[in-house]
Design a protein around this ligand. Structure first.
Ligand code: GDP
Ligand code: GDP
Length: 453
């Protein structure tokens, strides 16, 4: 097979504020029985069970989260990739090829007590072309006397053999140090700034933003006083809702009701963008008494593109009668196809109706925004999904999804490692199923695809 560009990334079309691929990937390759699974277990510290003995659950495409010296990375056991290649040597070499084109580093495991076999040599030949780091574990070095056997593996021409005993744990810490040093530095999910969670209140003019802020900030002065030592940016408002303090960002204009005569729309849109960017969760206010407008959808799109959690608040519910309610439902079916996951509340800023329901909706959305699915769990679910509904064939080829990781949070971002392009429709299908299984109500979820061409 011809393999070209290593990490062509295909986006889901959401350009702005995309989360980085935060967690580097280590692929483990080698012949059967050299001790790959045992070593992977050792690397994971047995925090997750690698071998699922449930009948029908295949062992392929397994990937797990590892943590060493404060560094998180994903470990992938490549056994099971390309089982259709001819012969053992062919299939192990093919696995190595994919690993080298997919992962950030490759760990080759060789049985030092056996020495380099022709299959090991075939793997080494492939990996000598690798542009990413390749590490060689000389396994089953259970005691000192076997170290000479390990040294003989220099002959493979892929660098220093690190003697380890996966079974007894001998020198596995040293190997992990080397692995972590070889992996690219991952940007960490920075600790969230302490203090109240940041909320943007956005929506078209006259939808009721100032009214809502006034309604819920009745107790605001008291709140500001009670949060001792908190420096409140004067453009923000601290608001107590449901026994929790929230920071409503960029509300100065709302409070003062500053409205400029000319260029209002431009400035309104700029201010909306600023507020959304400053927020963790945005409340998009919609006027339930009027048809959903272009302007509403523009604001909503800004929130989704910025990757913020989202609550839809249908305001002026006091004006909604049975007939309007029916119309509205039909408008939403069509208008909100992009955000079926958004939290919804029906409120009246005028009467105060259901305004207290905002807080639980905000909490749900933020919990989803912060949520991370462990790699093992994600891949267990994904391999079943894909076995049941494989990606559509394109140009006569069936793209394979090798494994996935949730690379980031805020917003949750999945990366699928594949052997071919996945159509937008199929990615949406995966997102829908992902939400059915794991929730994520109120938060956008991004799905990026890393293709080995
Ligand atoms: P895999 O097929 O490469 O994943 O290999 P396994 O992890 O399933 O291991 C194959 C066999 O080798 C098992 O019986 C393991 O217990 C054994 N094994 C793995 N690592 C070591 C080791 O460091 N020393 C010894 N003596 N045996 C090992
Ligand atoms: P903003 O431009 O988004 O800040 O909107 P305002 O808060 O200034 O509200 C615009 C108009 O809608 C005002 O006349 C409000 O009294 C009215 N309004 C706001 N909320 C409601 C509501 O829940 N029900 C009704 N009937 N009117 C409302």
């Amino acid at each position: 097979a011809e393999f070209t560009m290593l990490d062509t990334r295909v986006d889901d079309g959401e350009a702005a504020g995309e989360a980085e691929l935060a967690q580097p990937v280590l692929a483990v390759v080698g012949r059967p029985n050299v001790g790959k699974s045992t070593l992977v277990n050792r690397i994971l510290g047995r925090r997750e069970a690698v071998v699922q003995d449930t009948p029908g659950v295949t062992r392929d495409r397994i990937a797990y989260d590892a943590l060493w010296a404060g560094r998180r990375f994903t470990v992938v056991d490549t056994g099971g990739w390309e089982p259709d290649a001819t012969g053992l040597q062919g299939s192990v070499a093919a696995q190595a090829e994919i690993a080298m084109n997919t992962a950030d580093a490759v760990l080759v495991v060789v049985d030092a007590t056996v020495g380099a076999t022709t299959t090991d040599e075939a793997v080494a030949r492939v990996l000598r072309r690798s542009k990413r780091p390749v590490l060689l574990a000389a396994n089953k070095v259970d005691d000192e006397r076997l170290i000479a056997d390990a040294a003989s593996l220099w002959s493979l021409g892929i660098g220093e053999p690190y003697p380890v005993s996966a079974l007894h744990g001998r020198s596995s810490g040293d190997l992990l140090d080397v692995i972590v040093a070889a992996l690219p530095e991952a940007p960490r999910d920075g600790e969230r700034a302490a203090g109240p969670r940041r909320v943007a209140l956005v929506g078209k003019p006259n939808v009721g933003k100032s009214s809502l802020l006034n309604k819920i900030s009745g107790e605001q002065r008291a709140v500001v006083d009670s949060v001792a030592g908190t420096t409140v940016d004067p453009v923000d408002s601290l608001v107590e809702l449901d026994d929790q303090t929230w920071r409503f960002v960029d509300t100065a204009g709302l409070r003062k009701r500053v409205q400029t005569a000319s260029g209002t729309e431009y400035y309104a849109s700029l201010r909306t963008k600023t507020a959304i960017d400053a927020s963790e969760v945005s409340v998009v206010l919609l006027d339930a008494s009027e048809p959903l407008s272009e302007q509403d959808l523009r604001v909503l799109t800004m929130v989704v593109d910025a990757g913020r959690a989202c609550v839809l608040a249908f305001n002026k519910w006091d004006l909604v009668d049975e007939e309007r309610r029916y119309q509205l439902e039909r408008e939403l079916d069509r208008g909100l196809v992009r955000v079926p996951w958004a939290e919804r509340v029906n409120i009246s800023a005028l009467t105060g109706r259901s305004v207290r329901k905002l807080a639980p909706a905000l909490r749900t959305a933020l919990t989803s925004w912060d949520q991370r699915v462990p790699t093992g769990q994600l891949n267990g679910w994904l391999s079943e999904l894909i076995a049941a509904t494989p990606p559509p064939v394109r140009g006569g080829k069936q793209p394979k999804v090798l494994f996935a990781t949730q690379a980031g949070i805020r917003p949750p971002t999945l990366v699928l490692f594949t052997t071919g392009f996945l159509e937008a429709g199929y990615r949406r299908f995966i997102e829908r199923k992902f939400r059915e299984r794991f929730g994520f109500a109120g938060s956008p979820v991004r799905i990026n695809v890393r293709v080995r061409e």
